[in-house]
Design a protein around this ligand. Structure first.
Ligand SMILES: C[S@@+](CC[C@H](N)C(=O)[O-])C[C@H]1O[C@@H](n2cnc3c(N)ncnc32)[C@H](O)[C@@H]1O
Length: 387
């Protein structure tokens, strides 16, 4: 078969790559990976419950102990007790890479009492109903009410800190009414929340991605985690820098590097279609549904591979995706970039460390939950950079 321009048509890969190791069992990661990836619990670590855990992007953030972009992200003092998601793909990928604590469940069917008590609750509740590229149905959508699962857990188990993640459009939809409602319901069960809108390139991600973190502290704890300081302000990592070493690799010497959608050429269509990335810029946002959009390499005449998308999301190369191209890209596109969530997790760890000692030393707890002003970090940007 030939394409219109006479070049031979490339064939999509038909066989699935097979991997001997996931991230957690790969001997190459043993020097720095978090002990919990192999099921080891550490007594002085904070415990975490992960809801809507996907393939584990945010979970890896809280664990730490991984390498990407030539940098080591040290282990953090958190152990994940359980990670729950309705998607078999997400749970399969999570188990392969981060350990057996992932379970496949519909969280609307699980009574909160059946979940373990943890110090920290994390959950990127589904965002399609709040996304600028989705139907914008908000609470009326099928998944628009799933944040209630977090509220019910908070009510039942009183975690010290809650980190919920979502798309920035949530803050803009209906002039912020949806976000206000969610925060109100979170706070009604005894928490105070701040909202951080973080632009991922400012934290070292070579990809344009903006995310909201809703960070809550139980009302009897004094203080608040600090919004992470940008690490790469004015010195963003470009797509060309992030992917340079993969350009010559076409096989599975680097996992998932042979997987990509075949597309004959990039178009110049204003963000739609196979839009080519620009080498001296961060990549366009990696989307969960990559069939119709923007996954073209900045230099080569092909779309980005699954590994390149994972790299642009800051997954370490040893974190493998065992399914077909689209199924893998769905997991990758849905994930919180591990290095972005890492900065949030570090801030939570610092807070918990100091909250514990100040409460112990000074007895700084609040009886009525009204003493600390709710700080709102809303820095809503006038433009959206979601693609
Ligand atoms: C935005 S993704 C979360 C990604 C994750 N935070 C990460 O960093 O990889 C939302 C997840 O919610 C899951 N989900 C949707 N409805 C669910 C339900 N009823 N019960 C459990 N999980 C659900 C989806 O399968 C999806 O993996």
């Amino acid at each position: 078969m030939r394409r219109k321009d006479g070049k031979p048509k490339r064939k999509a890969r038909r066989t699935l790559p097979e991997y001997d190791h996931g991230f957690g069992s790969n001997p190459a990661t043993s020097a720095y990976r978090h002990p919990n990836c192999t099921g080891v619990r550490t007594r002085d670590h904070w415990t975490v419950l992960s809801l809507f855990s996907g393939c584990g992007g945010l979970d890896l953030s809280f664990l730490g102990g991984f390498r990407v972009y030539g940098q080591t992200f040290e282990s953090l003092p958190f152990d994940i007790l359980e990670a729950l998601d309705i998607s078999e793909d997400a749970v399969g990928c999570h188990q392969l890479n981060l350990g057996s604590h992932a379970r496949c469940v519909d969280l609307t069917d699980v009574p909160p009492a059946a979940l373990p008590q943890a110090d920290v609750l994390i959950g990127g509740f589904p965002c399609q109903d709040f996304s600028s590229s989705g139907p914008k149905t908000g609470f009326a959508g099928d998944r628009g009410q799933l944040y209630r699962v977090l509220v019910e857990y908070m009510e039942a188990h009183r975690p010290r800190v809650v980190v919920a993640e979502n798309v920035p459009y949530l803050a803009r939809l209906r002039d912020g009414e949806y976000l206000e409602t969610i925060i109100r319901e979170f706070e009604q069960v005894g928490y105070h929340f701040d909202v951080w809108e973080l632009y991922a390139p400012d934290y070292g991600l070579p990809q344009s991605r903006r995310r909201l973190f809703l960070v809550g502290v139980r009302n009897d704890l004094a203080g608040y985690p600090r919004m992470p300081e940008p690490t790469h302000l004015g010195k963003h990592l470009t797509i060309a820098e992030a992917l340079a070493d993969l350009e010559e690799i076409t096989d599975e010497r680097v996992a998932n590097q042979s997987q990509y959608f075949v597309a004959s050429r990039a178009t110049s269509g204003g963000g739609q279609g196979d839009h080519r990335n620009l080498p001296d810029k961060v990549a366009y946002c990696i989307r969960a549904n990559a069939r119709g959009r923007i996954q073209f390499h900045h230099r080569l005449d092909r779309r980005l591979t699954v590994r390149e998308c994972a790299r642009l999301q800051s997954f370490p190369d040893e974190f493998v995706f065992p399914f077909t191209t689209q199924r893998n890209l769905t997991l990758i596109g849905n994930a919180v970039p591990p290095i972005l969530g890492y900065r949030v997790a570090q801030s939570v760890a610092d807070f918990l460390g100091s909250a514990q000692s100040s409460a112990a030393i000074h007895g700084e707890t609040r009886a009525d939950g009204t003493g600390v002003a709710i700080r709102r970090g809303y820095a809503i940007q006038p433009r959206l950079f979601e693609f």
